[in-house]
Design a binder for this molecule. Sequence first.
Ligand code: GRF
Length: 187
Amino acid sequence: MVRKKVCVFISGYGSNLKTLIKNSRNYNFPVSINLIVSSSPNAKGIFHAKKNSIPYLIIDTKKRSFENILLNELKKRKISLICLAGYMRVISKKFIQNFKNKIINIHPSLLPKFKGLNTYNRILKNNEKKTGCTVHLVNSELDSGKILLQKSFFIKADDNLESLKNKTQKLEYKAFSEAIVNLYRYN
Ligand code: GRF
């Protein structure tokens, strides 16, 4: 099996990245993590790149040319799929066009409900009975691309921000990898 090359974009802690790296070590996993891109030099997730000797790039999103530099780098490294794992920057239409249907994101709600930020807060405020996570294709509208996979759980009366985040992220770790396996199942 020739593994597809994946680049993971992060901005923060990188717990999804950590799980993706771990799962990519599995013999049957269809992709390898070949590059990590961070929008911040302080992202904790960079640690996982260093620890696993995976090349990483820190991008300066204030520079206008950053997307062109990034696109060149991704093409040079023959990256076939980009996984957004807590990447907190907007991606331009042009960039998405260059990787059409090849960028996936993980979001901590059952989309189309609760697109955008402060998700857990809004879910609790809205007294939702059920929540979960969604892996979806990225298009030019926020959290609106085709849904690839969702996992859900029932919210308990004593759930709070922290417990909701913990439960959701546990599902995210499974969902992200499962969605990737499904993408390459017949290829
Ligand atoms: C994830 O929980 C995901 O839902 C959201 O950002 C969070 C990133 O967490 N898009 P981590 O950096 O993977 O720990």
